[in-house]
Design a protein around this ligand. Structure first.
Ligand SMILES: Nc1ncnc2c1ncn2[C@@H]1O[C@H](COP(=O)(O)OP(=O)(O)O)[C@@H](O)[C@H]1O
Ligand SMILES: [Mg+2]
Length: 303
């Protein structure tokens, strides 16, 4: 990969922990041609940053995240990881051993928390340690207690997932995601379905873990309050493409500008999306088209 591959918006001197280049994903459909869901995605993820991936419902956020964790094999493009312990690994060309080694470096918080209902909170957190490490059981107990303490869940260690609130399930999921001391933490819609107070608490936990563990965090969300709270940089996807990538302040500038100060329809759309409202230049002029209407409706604020 040459230096000229570096996409706009990336300025850090250290090598990026992930380089995504020209990523293409297509889904087969039962009738008719395959649908292109990601259409030439290019961006870098810098070491230690929190990158928020946002965009309207159905724009490809979860698909992108699934590509990044190796769950979906793209039809084209490259995802190259650069981690101290593993060196450079091209995920799309990796063999099973390389892929498994790489995946041990990821912690993933799925939307539902994805806890095993038949296991206690402590056993859920211990599971990755039992499966992927050769650590002595007594040490596992200590590590589990530390991980639960980190997310303020130690008092709930013997409960089953059905006995937990939504926020507690997320925190337990987060303890499990950090069990193997990952280098990269992935979150898919971490505040979905939570009340505003709990959602803010989860955001604070994401930020504190990012600081304490010195991990790189990639967060998929369509919750604007949450995105602006936690992001160092933001990527806005638009129908399977990168509409804009940049530091949070650039997005704040667009969000906070006067609605009539934008020249392009794209900027107007971003302004409305980032403000999470359906009124603005688009709706006041000739009205949003079908795609824009769906995009604007899917932009939500927790407040
Ligand atoms: N397994 C699949 N097969 C076919 N189409 C899919 C599949 N998963 C997602 N899609 C479609 O791909 C598009 C992007 O989906 P997704 O990545 O889940 O979007 P987002 O997370 O931004 O809401 C949507 O139109 C969705 O219907
Ligand atoms: Mg999704």
């Amino acid at each position: 990969m040459s230096d000229s591959d570096t996409p706009q918006g990336d300025t850090a001197a250290r090598p990026p922990v992930i380089r995504v280049r020209d990523l293409v994903v297509r889904y087969e459909t039962p009738r008719g041609p395959a649908v292109t869901v990601l259409d030439g995605i290019t961006f870098d993820v810098e070491c230690g940053e929190t990158l928020v991936i946002m965009g309207g419902s159905g724009c490809g956020k979860s698909t992108l995240l699934n590509c990044l964790i190796g769950e979906i094999q793209p039809a084209g493009g490259r995802i190259v990881y650069h981690l101290p312990e593993l060196g450079e690994v091209d995920l799309c060309g990796a063999n099973d051993v390389q892929r498994n080694d790489l995946r041990k470096q990821f912690g993933i918080l799925f939307q539902s928390g994805a806890l095993f209902s038949s296991l206690t909170v402590a056993d859920n957190v211990a599971l990755p340690l039992r499966e992927h490490s050769h650590v002595d059981p007594t040490i596992i107990d200590i590590v589990v207690a530390m991980k639960l303490q980190q997310v303020h869940m130690l008092p709930h260690r013997d409960k089953f997932p059905s006995q937990l609130s939504g926020g507690q399930k997320k925190r337990a999921g987060l303890a499990r995601a950090t069990a193997l001391d990952p280098q990269i933490l992935y979150y898919d819609e971490p505040s979905a379905g939570l009340d505003p107070v709990t959602s803010t608490a989860i955001d604070e936990l994401i930020m504190s873990l990012s600081g304490k563990l010195k991990v790189t965090s990639i967060v998929v969300t369509h919750e604007m309050d949450s995105a602006f709270r936690i992001a160092d940089r933001m990527v806005m996807l638009d129908r399977g493409r990168v509409l804009r990538i940049g530091p949070r302040h650039e997005f704040e500038t667009i969000r906070d500008a006067a609605p009539d100060s934008f020249e392009t329809r794209e900027e107007q759309l971003m302004h409305q999306f980032l403000n999470g409202n359906a009124s603005g230049p688009l709706t006041e002029s000739d009205g949003p088209n079908e795609y824009e209407r769906i995009l604007l409706e899917s932009s939500t604020f927790a407040r």
